[in-house]
Design a protein around this ligand. Structure first.
Ligand SMILES: NC(=O)c1ccc[n+]([C@@H]2O[C@H](COP(=O)([O-])OP(=O)(O)OC[C@H]3O[C@@H](n4cnc5c(N)ncnc54)[C@H](O)[C@@H]3O)[C@@H](O)[C@H]2O)c1
Length: 260
């Protein structure tokens, strides 16, 4: 089991990529702290981990609020005697987040808070636990939009994810000699409730599909597998890097429409 003995704090563990990663970590031997805004989905993830023979705890709160973050990390650490891995994964996207001219300031603010400020607050609250453990790993869930622009704009989401990537690099450099690694993943479109909202109808899906070299969405487990590797000691010399997990999307220049 590649994560035996690790205590992992996973945000957004109640759904999608966070849930798949929490379950994967459980199977790989980690003790998993399932952090989410919503209690019932986080409890369901923890129950699935326990049913598979793993160990899990649940902490509930809003990661955009500093006091909630502090309390969630304290409770999580109390459960398993510390924290070795943080997967900053929780995030949102809004249908009202479009271009720079159109996006309302309120939508910008809530998107930046949920996708960027939350990562900052979790690093602020969580890094002292990694230091106390003698080292650890932070994995931040960015997105392909941190690497490339899109003419289907989500300007606040894109700016937030770019910020996540920059913050990851800086933390990696600052903490490298304290044995804390920081890595970002940049997933392409993944089959979770987050994207199902805007790919719900066939027309919207076909419009996007032609830009996907593999012609399909990722499954959350395909992202979770990469996170598990990056959290493991097998990735001991990896820090500051950004990992596209995108089915080739950021490698594409033009996709031949005839192969769609
Ligand atoms: N699905 C994709 O196509 C895709 C692609 C690239 C990156 N991502 C990123 O992956 C991450 C997870 O996305 P997903 O698709 O699994 O989404 P999801 O909506 O399925 O799950 C997100 C989870 O985060 C929780 N959450 C949201 N705001 C929170 C807050 N303030 N405090 C605590 N918990 C909160 C939600 O309750 C939910 O359980 C996000 O950061 C997203 O931007 C997703």
């Amino acid at each position: 089991m590649r994560l035996a003995g690790k205590r992992a704090f996973i945000t957004g563990a109640g759904s999608g990529i966070g849930r798949a990663t929490a379950e994967k970590f459980g199977v790989e031997g980690a003790s998993v702290i399932c952090a989410d805004l919503r209690a019932a989905p986080a409890e369901a993830t923890a129950a699935a981990i326990r049913a598979a023979g793993g160990q899990a705890a649940v902490v509930i709160g809003d990661l955009t609020i500093e006091a909630d973050c502090t309390a969630m990390f304290r409770q999580g650490a109390e459960n398993f005697g510390g924290i070795d891995v943080i997967f900053n994964n929780a995030g949102i996207c809004s249908g009202d987040d479009t271009g720079p001219v159109e996006t309302p300031l309120a939508v910008w603010n809530e998107t930046i808070a949920a996708n960027l400020t939350s990562v900052f607050l979790c690093c602020k609250a969580g890094i002292p636990y990694l230091e106390a453990a003698g080292g650890g790993v932070i994995i931040n869930n960015a997105s392909i939009v941190a690497l490339v622009g899109s003419a289907f704009p989500q300007i606040a989401y894109t700016a937030a994810k770019g910020g996540v990537l920059s913050m990851t690099r800086e933390i990696a450099v600052m903490y490298a000699r304290k044995k804390i690694r920081a890595v970002a993943i940049c997933p392409g479109p993944t089959a979770t409730p987050l994207v199902q909202a805007f790919l719900a109808d066939e027309e919207a899906w076909l419009l996007r599909r032609k830009y996907l070299p593999m012609g399909r969405l990722a499954q959350p487990a395909e992202i979770a597998n990469v996170v598990a590797f990056l959290a493991s000691d097998e990735a001991s010399f990896i820090t500051g890097a950004a990992y596209p997990v995108d089915g080739g999307l950021t490698s594409a220049y033009v996709i031949d429409d005839s192969i769609v």
